[in-house]
Design a protein around this ligand. Structure first.
Ligand code: ADP
Ligand code: ADP
Length: 232
């Protein structure tokens, strides 16, 4: 079952002086349960591709379907709704709210949803996600009382709490020492083993290799690897 299908997606940035073809005719399919890494040198288009996948930006040309729904040309409001329902984001820079406890940081996406959840339901969902990242023992801490690796694990719990169709992960280890980075990558692997679909963007080949499907971008195109399914 394909949850993501991109066909012939291109992205051109136009400035006064120049045009940049950040993505060129990208074909990408992602199935439920996949773990895909996208790696490549600085400027190859990784962030642009992740932004389009996450409906933070739109392609200049091409088709993009999430669970069969054409999302290439949604209005900003429609895109925000699909994003909130179907996409979980993890960024290099955690993006936690310092004034809120771990619990309230993770609960935030649930409280922004339209459907009203009881406090007991919220507590259960938050606790389940903190369990997945081994952080239930820090539920009342504030982010600045935690190590960087722990903050990233809280950010992962927050990304999971609305049960997204896909988890988009952008350089999750960029601000971490190697021990904390390894732990974050271990958790991603466990999440995937338990069914979470993951698309990881990283310039670190060591971490890109941990994914089940390894895609490489160069100058806005996927390098073709014989026998590879995802770069069709
Ligand atoms: P990566 O994440 O692999 O470093 P990016 O996706 O950020 O690469 O960038 C791909 C190309 O698109 C680069 O040449 C970059 O300079 C250009 N680019 C990215 N965003 C913009 C923008 N908003 N305006 C103009 N050019 C951009
Ligand atoms: P883990 O192995 O669970 O990731 P760490 O080695 O990151 O744990 O942290 C060990 C302990 O030190 C934790 O209880 C954490 O709360 C605390 N700690 C780590 N870094 C900081 C920090 N910058 N400020 C406050 N407490 C910290």
């Amino acid at each position: 079952e394909m949850i993501i299908t991109m066909k012939n997606v291109s992205k051109i940035f136009e400035t006064e002086e120049m045009e940049t073809h950040a993505l060129k005719n990208i074909d990408l399919t992602i199935k439920a349960g996949d773990y895909i890494s996208i790696s490549g040198p600085s400027g190859c288009g990784k962030s642009t591709l992740l932004s389009i996948l996450g409906l933070l930006d739109t392609p200049t040309a091409g088709e993009y379907f999430i669970e069969g729904v054409n999302v290439a040309k949604l209005s900003l409001d429609q895109a925000a709704e699909v994003r909130n329902q179907k996409i979980g984001f993890v960024f290099q820079s955690f993006n936690l709210i310092d004034e809120l406890s771990v619990f309230d940081n993770v609960a935030l996406p649930l409280r922004y949803r339209n459907e009203a959840l009881s406090n007991a339901q919220i507590k259960l969902l938050v606790s389940e996600c903190l369990e997945k990242v081994a952080m239930n023992h820090r539920v009342n801490h504030k982010p600045n009382q935690l190590s960087g690796g722990q903050q990233q694990r809280i950010a992962m719990a927050r990304a999971l709490v609305c049960n997204p169709t896909i988890l988009l992960v952008d350089e999750p280890t960029g601000n971490l020492d190697s021990k904390s980075g390894d732990k974050v990558m271990d958790i991603l692997e466990t999440l995937n083993r338990n069914g979470t679909t993951i698309c990881l963007v990283t310039h670190d080949p060591r971490y890109a290799d941990l994914a089940k499907t390894k895609l490489k971008l160069l100058d806005g195109s996927f390098l073709q690897v014989p026998g590879m399914r995802a770069a069709i």
